[in-house]
Ligand binder design. Sequence first.
Ligand code: CUA
Length: 309
Amino acid sequence: MNVLTSLSPGSQGVQQIDRLWMIAVPILGLIFLIVTGLIVYSLMKYRWREGEADPEQVAGQRTVEIVWTAVPLGIVTLLFLLTVRTMGIADPGPVPEPDLVVIGHQWWWEVRYPKDGVVTANEVHLPTGKAFSVRLDSADVLHEFWVAQLARKMTTVPGHPNNIWLEADTAGSYPGSCSEFCGTEHAWMRFTVVAEPPAEFAAWEQGQLQAATAPVTADAQAGEQIFMQMSCVSCHAINGTQAQARVGPDLTHLAGRGQICGGVLDNTPDNLRRWLRNPQEVKPGVEMPNFEFTDQQVNELTAYLETLR
Ligand code: CUA
């Protein structure tokens, strides 16, 4: 399923949150119905009518006071205890060395695996059945990391790391998004969590650690030259080349990702060309400027980027 929903839990943690919600909603719904029902009933039954005297003034009834203090207190206590229990399971507290560091940028996600040095963007890979401790940080403003089916929401605060646990019970693709307004392209700060069996995950990890291989076709070689000569290298990194900047997404394995531009476009050669021709048309406000490449340059750059598997 490719919808951002917390109603089909894909991890133990979200299952607990879902359970709490299934308990809380009927209770809260019932309170809502009772309160609004009594208000509407009273408005109709006791409204003032022509010629009617003032109603009898009552100044408190001990039994009623006790009941309407005790019942809400009981409900709030119950929900509080259930919430604390859920928090304990869904959010077991950070460990000193996270498995994953995710950094929010306007408007993309930097994804780092500090234990082996993998760096990627907008796509988080996870082995199924293993809880990953995730440290969340931000490079600029407040963002919020949310994979509805797999974990609770968490704000990313510049200079103040937060932690969550990310786990998937079954293999699959889980959509994620930034869920705190962070500027023009907030809506296009999406990402995907790809959960795969441990062996596949290990293979992916090995692949990510490989440096980029030198391009062989003439087009791709020309594209690499353009990349290294233009200011692409001031923002992007491609392992195995001189491009080592960390301002924009790491492109070492760009061609292996499902989407580009924080989810705006599927990762196809045509879409890459469209993006290179004018990033501002695809994602207005994005940091990447329009380089006004010629059609030939766009084709060569695309040929090069397509080699980055
Ligand atoms: Cu980042 Cu909204």
